[in-house]
Design a protein around this ligand. Structure first.
Ligand code: PGA
Length: 231
């Protein structure tokens, strides 16, 4: 079972997300062996919709670790429950770097949403300046309960995100093995995944987290087909 996640970031709108999801649904309807994958689409907060699709789940890119309350600009668990959303992404590098989320905030999100039995995609990854990659990734995983059964780690080297550049497959494999040795049970790769590299990457991981190449549902479905060599 491969996990294939689409991170739509700040793209799409409350209107276009319906077309996106309906197109994805009908394309997947005619795709064989789709039950071999767990597909998750992460729209932006304003475009969050009911999690009612047959072939994929809707997830949330971020949420604040509360049920509800006075947290201007944020959404809490109550919103997710009302939409039957069970998947959350935590710690994406764009939130760590641009939104200045530190390990402490990220840990509090992990603890809160794990207690709420959410399926968590927890993102980690180093930038080019980091020499001790193992030490850096270990520090990002510090105090994260790796035995939490609904946890998936997404390894995304920051320099590979949106750049069209990916590490070579041996280097990805090294990090995936390193993470498994640290006790990580499920691990995805993310960072410039495209139709050409998705098959090889899925061969050595539990799946992929896809940004830019997932924005068009037709391109996204073709990538899913490429993983299983479906014509
Ligand atoms: P990318 O983004 O596929 O556009 O590199 C991946 C991500 O940020 O999750």
């Amino acid at each position: 079972m491969k996990i294939i996640a689409a991170n739509l970031k700040s793209n799409h709108t409350p209107k276009s997300i319906n077309l996106y999801c309906n197109t994805l649904q009908s394309q997947l309807d005619s795709t064989k062996n789709i039950e071999q994958s767990e597909i998750i689409v992460f729209p932006n907060q304003a475009s969050l919709i009911d999690n009612t699709y047959k072939h994929f789940n809707i997830g949330v890119q971020n949420a604040y670790p509360v049920n509800n309350g006075a947290f201007t600009g944020e959404i809490g668990l109550e919103v997710l429950e009302s939409l039957n959303i069970k998947h959350i992404m935590i710690g994406h590098s764009e939130r760590r770097i641009i939104l200045k989320e530190d390990n402490k905030m990220i840990l509090s999100k992990f603890n809160f949403f794990a207690k709420s039995n959410m399926r968590i995609i927890f993102c980690i990854g180093e930038d080019e300046s980091i020499k001790d990659v193992r030490g850096f990734l270990e520090s990002q995983l510090e105090n994260i309960e790796l035995d939490y059964p609904l946890l998936t780690i997404a390894y995304e080297p920051i320099w590979a995100i949106g750049s069209g550049k990916t590490p070579n497959i041996e280097d990805i494999d090294k990090i995936i093995n390193l993470l498994r040795n640290l006790g990580v049970k499920r691990v995805l790769y993310g960072g410039s995944v495209n139709s050409n590299n998705v098959f090889d990457i899925c061969n050595i991981t539990d799946g992929v987290l896809i940004g830019g190449a997932s924005l068009d549902p037709f391109v996204f479905v073709n990538m899913i087909k490429n993983i299983y060599k479906i014509k």
